[in-house]
Write a new protein. Structure first.
Length: 103
């Protein structure tokens, strides 16, 4: 089988179409989640900067902005971990099945 035939077989494979559909849907969901998190942070910073400078509570030295910045970093780590989990559980088996069927 030539390289061109392999590519054509992969592109027509129903599991490849399912892989594309699932990966695109998941990527869009992660994009929206990331957009909401970061845009919310930036818009709050732009329109209510005093909120970020205020302390968490009376007597606290940490500001709300610092806490939100740390939470955004943690959310990025969590989103990457969730994507890796789904990639290993959903996408990798589909890719292995496609390679097995086409080879």
């Amino acid at each position: 089988m030539s390289d061109k035939d392999v590519v054509t077989a992969v592109l027509k494979h129903p599991k490849y179409q399912e892989l594309l559909r699932r990966r695109n849907r998941m990527s869009m969901q992660f994009f929206i989640a990331t957009l909401v998190i970061y845009a919310g942070f930036i818009l709050t910073l732009a329109f209510d900067p005093e909120l970020f400078g205020s302390p968490l509570g009376p007597g606290w030295t940490m500001s709300i902005g610092v806490l939100l910045g740390v939470l955004i970093c943690i959310s990025a780590i969590v989103l990457v971990a969730v994507y890796i989990y789904f990639s290993n559980k959903i996408f990798d088996p589909l890719i292995k099945a496609i390679v097995k069927d086409v080879s």
